[in-house]
Every structure is written in C-alpha cells, then in structure tokens.
Ligand binder design. Structure first.
Ligand code: GLV
Ligand code: MN
Ligand code: MN
Length: 422
C-alpha cells in the first residue's frame, strides 16, 4: 500500500507524550532567527527535520510510519491494509508559508499525537485503524500549488503537471523529489490508500477571529470558500531611471500597481478577498526601469460566480493598464479549489460528540484552504478549529493560548474515541 517504510512498528508500547513536550521539540525547526517566522518548505532541510520529528514521535507512540508515493507522511495505529474496517485519519501539515506562524499545520499534528497518547494511556482499543497524516506542500510555498500532497493523492492534479512545477530557482518538483531520494515517476492518485479511509478530521488553528468574537475555544468547519492563485507576468523594457523620458518608458511596474488596486476594488465589489502578496521585479535594480514584473493574485469569494467575476475584473484591469503602458501581460492559473461543504453526517456527529463532552463548538465557514477541503471530494472530511485570539495567521504573530490548545486535544480525543470506537 505504501512504499518506503520509515520504520517503527505497532508494538503497543507507547511512551508518554504531552502536548507541551511535542510542541517544544518541534518549535525550533525551520524558525528564522531574525523574523521569528517559519520557513519549512517541502524537500528542504527544515522539511527533513520536520519529517524526522514526525517519525520519532510516531515511533515513540508505537505507531508504524510510512511515506506514501506522493511524499505525505502517515503514522498508523493498527493496520489499514489488513482490516476491512475503514480507518479514521486525523492530521494536517508541517510545511509553512514564508515566515509563517508556529500553529498553522503543526497544531493539528501535535494535537493528533497527543490525543493518541491519551487514548493509549486510557487503554482505548480502537475498533478500526487510526492514522495521523502530514500532507506535503500544503501551503504551495515552494512549488506554487497549495495542498499539493492531498491533490496528488486524490487525483486533483495530474502527475505530469505536478512533476513540472518549478520553485523560484527553477528546480522542478521531479528534480527536488529525486534529490530527496524519492521517485517522482510514482506520484499520483492512490485509490487503495484513500479507499481504506472512512473519515478525515483535521484540527487547525482558526485563521480569523470568529471564535474569539463568539468566546468559543473550539469551532467546527462547515465549508471553505472557493479560492485560487493566479500569476500575472508583465513584460516591459529595462531602461535607465535617470535618463529615460516618462513618455518613452515601457515600465511593467505601472500596470502591476494598477492591478493591485484593481484587485482590492474587485474584492470589495464582490464581497470577496483579493491579495497580491508576492511580487518579483526583474532585474531588481534601484536605478533601472524593470524589464518584467511577476505578481501572484490570491483570490477568494463566497461562491464560484463571484470568484470568477472578481478574477475576470482584475485580469481586465491588468490588460488595460498593460496596453496603456506599452507592456505585455500573461495570466497563468496556478491552482483553483472549488467550494467545499464538509460532509453533513460527519459534521453533525462531531458536533454531537463535542456537545456530549460539554464543548460548545459553533459552525464556521472559512476562506482558508486545507487538505481536508481537497480530501472532502473523495472521503467524508471534517474540521475542528482552535481559537486564535488575534485572528492573525500566515505571520510570526500567529498564536493560540495553551488552554485552547488543550481544549482542542480534548475535542479531538473525544472525536477519535467516537469515530474509532466500537
Ligand atoms: C492556506 O493556508 C491558504 O492559503 O488558504
Ligand atoms: Mn496556511
Ligand atoms: Mn494550514
């Protein structure tokens, strides 16, 4: 079912783990000393250190660890390939955006291992396998496509398209995987693995402040807005900043700037969100007009029609401004995720379990993307959110209080007990 076992066996001999202990062990990995943010990009050194942490932690808990053909990590309590009972999987991701926070992704995995440690200590005997997954390249920070590991697993991206994705240095995913000792020829949908999973429940820090506003430590996701990333490449002509008359310029920075403003206005018109958070100007001289500017548009909206309209308007504005400035512009769609409505039966069951445990957990929609949203196309999926007091995320300032993280572990433990119990 999986290849390249990373070692570890389901011995049932589990070391005691605490949330604080696991958290402290992972915390320094990939943290930039200056910004305090994380730079954990797939198939780089910090990613290897995260993978080693995952394997060490899982093995300490007596779980068997695997890396699937797509580079996603799995830790198993029980043997999914030897049972007819569909597994319950929880997890999240360990990679980060540039200078990301500590919680986005790792909170779900640390909470999953802590919950399993608790179940082990309590003598819980799962009636079906329980898995912890760490999906690779969830943020798309290195290769541009968000949720790449879960997209490959579910067939939401073709292996050929994925192999050709390039990082900022021009390295393809295929090359990066090969350099990491993995076989890029083996990537692609894994129906056998997916077919053995009955439900996926991802715990994640909330990336907004809805729970803080509701004074609730935990929430249950009900859906994800449609969203995507588009790259606009403006090509102009490099020239001297001190001698080129304004009328003679073909400056790609001007249509780029107009596009940033158009994105903001279009988002406002459509009740959505639009962000240009990444821009590369070539060749990047302070005293020269740029030859080219690439800008990445991240757009999200409550429904697909609004999202399409929003992106069309931004693209129209970019083309108009480019033509006015003697610049050419090309649009490339990097990844688009349709709207997600999490499985109603699973959601109601989770809410019921939490209510029985005395946890008030309001339902929340979110504009943030998650592997759970990609998996939801193939298997029942649900999400638990942990309160974020400021709502700040994708930033070193991201934070969750220890008491809320503890409530998250309690919630996840209750959900696993219910879903994996008799
Ligand atoms: C994932 O964090 C996203 O960009 O929504
Ligand atoms: Mn994120
Ligand atoms: Mn995340």
């Amino acid at each position: 079912m999986h290849e390249m076992s990373m070692g570890g066996t389901d011995t049932g001999q589990a070391a005691q783990v605490t949330f604080a202990g696991l958290w402290a062990d992972l915390l320094p990995v990939g943290r930039d000393a200056v910004s305090g943010g994380y730079r954990r990009y797939s198939w780089t050194e910090p990613d290897w250190a995260c993978r080693a942490w995952f394997a060490r932690t899982a093995t300490g808990l007596g779980l068997r660890t695997d890396c699937d053909r797509n580079g996603n990590l799995w830790a198993w309590w029980g043997e999914p390939e030897r049972t007819d009972s569909a597994a319950i999987v929880t997890g999240s991701h360990l990679d980060s955006v540039p200078d990301g926070g500590a919680y986005d992704g790792p909170l779900g995995i640390v909470s999953a291992f802590t919950a399993i440690g608790r179940l082990r200590e309590a003598g819980f005997q799962p009636a079906r396998p329980i898995g912890v997954a760490a999906f690779t390249e969830e943020e798309g920070a290195r290769f541009g496509v968000a949720c790449l590991g879960s997209r490959l697993l579910t067939g939401a991206i073709t292996p050929d398209a994925a192999r050709e994705l390039r990082d900022a240095d021009g390295v393809t995913l295929a090359e990066a995987m090969r350099a990491a000792g993995r076989d890029p020829g083996a990537i692609g949908p894994d129906d056998e693995l997916l077919g053995g999973i009955g439900a996926y429940v991802e715990l994640h820090i909330e990336q907004g402040s809805a729970l803080a506003d509701l004074s609730a430590p935990i929430g249950v996701g009900n859906g994800i807005w449609p969203h995507g990333r588009w790259r606009l490449d403006f090509t102009g002509r490099a020239d001297h900043a001190g001698t080129t008359r304004l009328a003679d310029r073909r400056d790609p920075m001007l249509p780029y700037a107009a596009t940033v403003l158009a994105a903001r206005a279009a988002a406002q018109r459509h009740g959505g969100l639009a962000t240009i958070g990444k821009v590369v100007a070539e060749p990047g001289a302070a005293n020269a007009i740029s030859s080219a500017v690439s800008a990445w548009l991240d757009a999200r909206a409550p429904d697909e029609a609004a999202l399409d309209q929003l992106v069309t308007e931004v693209w129209d504005a970019g083309q108009t401004a480019a033509a006015e400035n003697g610049v050419t512009v090309a649009l490339r769609r990097e990844s688009v995720t349709p709207p997600v409505s999490f499985d109603q039966g699973l959601r109601e069951r989770v809410v019921g379990v939490l209510a029985a445990a005395g946890l008030y957990a309001p339902a929340l929609p979110t504009g943030a993307g998650h592997d759970a949203g990609v998996l939801a196309a193939r298997i029942p999926a649900a999400m638990l959110f942990v309160r974020n007091p400021t709502g700040i995320s994708h930033s070193p300032a991201e934070h969750a209080e220890a008491a809320d993280c503890a409530a998250g572990v309690t919630a996840l433990t209750a959900v696993l007990t219910d879903l994996a119990g008799e």
